[in-house]
Design a protein around this ligand. Structure first.
Ligand SMILES: Nc1nc2c(c(=O)[nH]1)N[C@H]1C(S)=C(S)[C@@H](COP(=O)(O)O)O[C@H]1N2
Ligand SMILES: [Mo]
Length: 426
């Protein structure tokens, strides 16, 4: 039985890689990740680390290229590795994450309004035309990364979308300063938080987490000074699935705060206790947000809302899908970023992290953008090599080589590795 099952899987794997070579999507991928008990063939090829991305089927949604589907209610789509070759992630390849089911399919701008309400002097209701004409446009390059990016690496495993590394993307966001909008309404001085709400709904009871997605930021959080309400992404209107017509950009913060289809901004005079603040998206109040299953079980862990993104870097090429050739130079390259400010150094290791060398940094697009990096390598000896990359940000934060663990599956930023094989030229 067992043996047959293994043989069958091996056959499917082989069939899948033949289909993949022919440019046809392997059918074997149309299983859900929960059924997958072992690594399925990866589109990056037989030698690639199949877990750079999560192991999921490709799907196509409106305005999107084929992306990797984690779930479809709410929609969760992961960006394949090759779209991270550039500092800016194409809109049509940008990942998608929703919590709730009932998402807008079209929005009529003649009736849509952005409402600023709650603890304000004068509630305002702004049309898209108001946003375009009454407020100065500003642009910022910023990485949108899901709190659970790379969650599939957690040991022991944790519930939640089993993302690989593709629950992130960088874009040039253009819109109006949040603070300019707020001055139009006049936020009262006893305000403690701002609450953001989008248009989609869930089937649950009103006032509960399953009914509406709402997130809040502290009124004294410096990120508010840098935040914008964006109506453009990489020079185009936002794709519907990424928040048309406007979304919040909170540079440096995990994207749980980057409210899509933003329609209500509410000044609160007491802290937001809705499900998405009080229960979800909280991290242990410990260094790196690290804890253990035992401490969680013992109820010892104090939590705080998740905030800034720790420094990370990724190897995009080579992806291990083809053999390298001794004597032939290869460019090792990828992206790096930090929510704590600009990346100042990227180092590459050719020996799995024992020794490190400095990589060259690509163009600087601002402290919250992806920064590309590259490293010229001419392997001389055939064999198997483990490449690794680590980044340092301007505050001196360096990626650690220890895993993190918390029950939400948040804050992964361990050093990344890629195995490659070098063959002889003759
Ligand atoms: N309206 C709305 N905005 C939202 C969410 C959501 O479920 N609804 N999810 C947040 C989370 S957790 C993530 S990771 C990002 C994903 O942004 P994207 O779908 O544009 O990639 O949107 C954020 N903003
Ligand atoms: Mo997220």
């Amino acid at each position: 039985m067992m043996e047959n099952a293994i043989k069958r899987r091996a056959f499917l794997r082989k069939a899948a890689s033949v289909l993949a070579a022919a440019g046809v999507l392997p059918l074997v991928k149309a299983q859900t990740s929960s059924q997958a008990s072992e690594a399925l063939p990866s589109f990056t090829g037989p030698q690639a680390n199949p877990y750079w991305n999560g192991v999921n089927p490709f799907v196509v949604y409106p305005q999107k290229l084929p992306l990797l589907r984690l779930t479809d209610r709410g929609i969760q789509l992961e960006t394949p590795r090759q779209y991270f070759r550039t500092a800016f992630t194409p809109n049509e390849a940008f990942f998608v994450r929703y919590h709730l089911d009932l998402i807008p399919n079209s929005i009529d701008l003649s009736s849509w309004r952005l409402n600023i309400e709650g603890n304000v002097e004068k509630p305002v209701s702004l049309s898209m035309q108001d946003l375009l004409e009454r407020f100065k446009p500003v642009s910022i390059a910023a990485v949108n990364q899901c709190s659970g990016n790379s969650r599939s690496r957690f040991q022991p495993r944790v519930p939640g979308g089993q993302w690989g590394n593709g629950a992130m993307g960088n874009a040039l966001w253009t819109g109006v300063r949040l603070m300019d909008l707020l001055s139009a309404a006049g936020v009262k001085s006893d305000t403690v938080q701002l609450q953001f709400q989008g248009l989609e709904r869930g089937p649950g009871p009103e006032g509960k987490g399953s009914h509406a997605f709402m997130k809040s930021l502290d009124w004294n959080d410096p990120v508010l000074q840098e935040s914008i309400v964006a109506y453009q992404m990489n020079g185009e209107p936002l794709p519907m699935l990424n928040g048309f017509p406007v979304r919040l950009i909170a540079p440096g913060k995990f994207s749980t705060y980057w409210m899509k289809h933003l329609t209500w901004i509410r000044a609160l005079n007491k802290p937001d206790d809705n499900f998405w603040m009080a229960t979800a998206y909280r991290i242990p109040d410990t260094p790196r947000g690290n804890t253990t299953p035992a401490d969680i079980a013992a109820g010892k862990v104090k939590t705080i809302p998740i905030g800034k993104m720790p420094v990370r870097s990724f190897i995009v090429d080579p992806d291990g899908s083809s053999k390298l050739i001794a004597g032939l130079p290869v460019e090792i390259r990828g992206v790096a970023f930090s929510g704590y400010g600009r990346v100042t150094k990227v180092e590459v290791s050719l020996d799995g992290g024992k020794t490190w060398q400095i990589a060259s940094l690509g163009a600087f697009y601002g402290p919250y953008s992806f920064r590309t990096w590259s490293f010229q390598w001419k392997p001389t000896q055939p064999g198997r090599y483990t490449l690794a990359v680590r980044a340092t940000d301007e505050q001196g934060n360096v990626q650690p080589d220890e895993p993190v663990w918390n029950p939400g599956g948040y804050l992964w930023n361990r050093i990344e590795r890629q195995d490659v094989v070098v063959g002889t030229a003759s």
